[in-house]
Design a binder for this molecule. Sequence first.
Ligand SMILES: Nc1ncnc2c1ncn2[C@@H]1O[C@H](COP(=O)(O)OP(=O)(O)O)[C@@H](O)[C@H]1O
Ligand SMILES: Cc1ncsc1CCOP(=O)(O)O
Ligand SMILES: [Mg+2]
Length: 264
Amino acid sequence: MIESVRKKQPLVHHITNQVVMNFTANGLYALGAAPVMAHAKEEVEEMATVANALVLNIGTLTAEQIEAMIIAGKAANRAGTPIVLDPVGVGATSFRTESARRILDEVDIQMIRGNAGEVASLAGITMDVKGVDGAEGVDGVALASKAYEILNVPLAITGETDVLIDDHEKMTISNGDAMLTKVTGSGCLLSSVIASFLAVEQTLFSAANAVGFYGIAAERATEQARHPGQFQIALLDQLHQVSGQDVEKHIRLSKQFIGQGDHV
Ligand SMILES: Nc1ncnc2c1ncn2[C@@H]1O[C@H](COP(=O)(O)OP(=O)(O)O)[C@@H](O)[C@H]1O
Ligand SMILES: Cc1ncsc1CCOP(=O)(O)O
Ligand SMILES: [Mg+2]
């Protein structure tokens, strides 16, 4: 799958937060995609129409930016372009929670990627969320079915184990390294990596492949860099180097088929 991404070099339009813009752009260039950050209401419709995927990330949201996200989202929907929503910090403030829910009401989202605290809050499942980091000790695997039942949008809930869910399947992926939690933007970059893969193939397996690819890159990065600063750079280097064969060989993925009624 990563080889198809590198071949296609998908244009990934981002409306994203101010903290992670540079890191995200570098991460996408490193893996072989083409990022563009375009936020102005006056241009997002045009940009989303030509892009191969759209990322809506509410990390440093403003009222005007949410308007731009809805304009871009509707344009992407008209073009059949996949959209990933990163609900950064949902649950921490009511503005974040209400804005993310408004986006979900007005735009068809192909995948929500967030930590367990964010996804639970978005679904209205009670949890304690502070800032933009996940709630402590929350089991994403247990949360996934309940949250999917409520939100009815494919989910990637990340943490020590990542869980992806749609109508048909639930998948867990246990690649990655805790060092990812020491670098700001590691979740945001993953959302953009998923969007790059969905630009090539709009399936849950494609998103799972993106999560595995990213986790393997992080594992290799920690072999070279034991501290956060070096790790951030090593991660970019590994996103450039990990191959499709590496993913096939090292992905730790388990699948569970979902029959009728299993979500309940
Ligand atoms: N304890 C952990 N061990 C290994 N990987 C982790 C751990 N916590 C998070 N990750 C990985 O870090 C990346 C970002 O996930 P997460 O920290 O949940 O996002 P966010 O930064 O949005 O809170 C994902 O690839 C996830 O698998
Ligand atoms: C620290 C911070 N504050 C607002 S957005 C942001 C970045 C969050 O990035 P991530 O969720 O990927 O760690
Ligand atoms: Mg995040």
